[in-house]
Design a protein around this ligand. Structure first.
Ligand code: ADP
Length: 503
């Protein structure tokens, strides 16, 4: 039985019941312990307390899951028996179930990830529902083309077919939402999936597994394996029966995945890290820019691949903007995920991540950067969790690791610039290219920058917007392929060209 601090919001009855049960993997419609019988513990980062033991899947479990998914894909009802409309209905039903279980899912997310319950309620769960509904709509609209060809008496057309068995490996920053970003288009297109959540946050995926069953997906179509990346994740990537890997996570792990995928040249799509530039021009609405830049980095505690971590500010407004952001940053409140009093942010995800982020802060200070605010771990009643003050640096040289490398935590560097050409060059001089922002009243300048910035998403006088219909992904080492919108359908389908001679 889990014992949580008595200051927490009372658990939803479904969450208490869920946490009291033995957790199982979902493989081929059956609920199984790991083949080895082993489990691992997932913790509440707000308190450091254990939440649940979950199965530690490894190669043997991956083998079973791949067999089940292969059988469902190759000979089960999913591919040939169920009409596109029935697939659409199942996805819609899953969205309805997410809505019915919204509070339980939000609480599990707040417990396992540490984000405020209010955020999980207003962002993670409703966006997941929207995403499922959007892709439900695609299931019966995946069309091919008829193509005029030069050869006489010849008819050519294309069809888009599902790829097959998809291994979906997701991170811990938006555990449910990142899973749904992949599951929804993969299933809409008729694939079978094996979901591997991050070892830090397995709970919402295990809860989702029950909803797959309740929605009525045929056995083997949706499988869920909890386990470590180097074990369950690596075995999935290595497996010849897996046709595609959809991955969201670090660029470093992506390199290992690409290497392992060469054995059967499986398709790989990657949504990776970033060090996104956010550019504030002096002619911007500064109040708006200050608010936007603060949340561009500190939203989700900087644990977003799009975090606006390099903040370029035109020199003549530099001090005012930095002061404005510092003021907002000092006002940010932190608390446990299930602390019922209103607060903006939770802890960082783990002790390791806290050590990593504080290591960057120390390296920044050693390199001559100066702290305007933040930099300290919180003590007192929050001492058991991994709470770090949102941190704002100035005087950081462009070569410092805090300016170049992805920290994935609440740390931003404010960097002055003098002219547009200079800031464009500095913004683009990164191995990453996920997102970028520009704050200005000058629409021509904004459009010139939108065209020249090497980033998969450019936000103008806004930051962080994503919707199921709008493609999302990275340039350079931030990714490969685009999720969301029709691009995601392309990511989970193969194109077949058919030629017919009728002469
Ligand atoms: P983060 O840095 O955000 O923790 P990671 O890239 O380490 O991101 O992890 C993202 C996902 O990738 C997690 O589900 C993790 O278990 C998985 N993973 C980690 N290492 C590997 C690996 N070698 N092969 C496959 N998956 C992995």
């Amino acid at each position: 039985m889990v014992t949580l601090p008595n200051t927490y919001t009372a658990l939803d009855a479904r969450v208490s019941a869920f946490l009291a049960q033995e957790q199982r993997l979902l493989i081929g419609g059956r609920w199984l312990p790991a083949h080895s019988g082993e489990t691992f513990t997932t913790y509440d980062p707000s308190s450091g307390l254990p939440l649940a033991a979950v199965p530690r899947a490894a190669a043997a479990d991956v083998e079973l899951a791949v067999q089940a998914a292969r059988a469902a894909f190759d000979s089960g009802p999913w591919r040939s028996g169920l009409s596109p409309l029935e697939r659409a209905r199942l996805l819609w039903r899953l969205a309805d179930l997410l809505e019915q279980h919204a509070e339980a899912l939000a609480q599990l997310e707040a417990l396992d990830n540490g984000k405020p319950l209010a955020t999980a309620r207003s962002v993670d769960v409703p966006l997941s529902v929207d995403h499922l509904r959007y892709f439900s709509g695609w299931a019966n609209k995946i069309e091919g083309a008829t193509i005029p060809v030069n050869e006489k008496n010849m008819f050519a057309y294309t069809v888009r077919e599902p790829i097959g068995v998809c291994g979906l490996i997701v991170p811990w920053n938006y555990p449910l939402l990142m899973a749904i970003w992949k599951i929804a288009p993969a299933l809409a297109a008729g694939n079978c999936v094996i979901l591997k959540p991050a070892e830090q946050t397995p709970l919402s995926a295990l809860y989702l597994a029950r909803l797959f069953e309740e929605a009525g997906f045929p056995p083997g179509v949706c499988n869920v394996l909890t386990g470590y990346g180097e074990e369950a994740g690596a075995a999935l990537v290595d497996h010849h029966g897996v046709d595609k890997i959809g991955f969201t996570g670090s660029t470093e792990v992506a390199r290992a995945i690409v290497k392992a995928s060469v054995s059967n040249l499986k398709r790989v799509s990657l949504e990776l890290g970033g060090k996104s530039p956010n550019i504030v021009f002096a002619d911007a609405d500064l109040e708006q820019a200050i608010h936007g830049a603060t949340w561009a980095i500190f939203g989700n505690n900087g644990q977003s691949c799009t975090a606006g971590a390099r903040l370029y500010i035109e020199r003549r407004v530099f001090e005012d903007v930095v002061e404005g952001i510092a003021e907002k940053t000092r006002a940010i409140t932190l608390g446990a995920g299930l602390d019922p009093s209103p607060h903006d942010l939770g802890p960082v995800i783990s002790a390791e991540q806290l050590a990593r982020v504080t290591g960057y802060i120390e390296a920044g200070l050693r390199g001559g950067a100066r702290l305007v605010t933040g930099g300290e771990r919180l003590g007192g009643v929050l001492a058991g969790g991994y709470f770090l003050q949102p941190t704002l640096f100035i005087d950081a040289h462009d070569d410092l690791s805090i300016v170049r490398e992805e920290i994935f935590g609440p740390v931003v560097c404010a960097l002055p610039f003098d002219d547009p050409a200079e800031v464009l060059r500095r913004a683009n001089s990164s191995e990453y290219g996920l997102a970028a922002g520009i704050w200005t009243h000058d629409l021509r300048k904004a459009q010139r920058f939108a065209a020249a910035l090497q980033a998969g998403t450019v936000w103008i006088n806004t930051w962080g917007n994503t919707e199921a219909a709008v493609p999302f992904g990275g340039y350079k080492q931030s990714g490969h392929g685009r999720e969301m919108g029709y691009d995601a359908i392309q990511l989970y389908t193969e194109v077949k060209s058919v030629w017919t001679y009728y002469g």
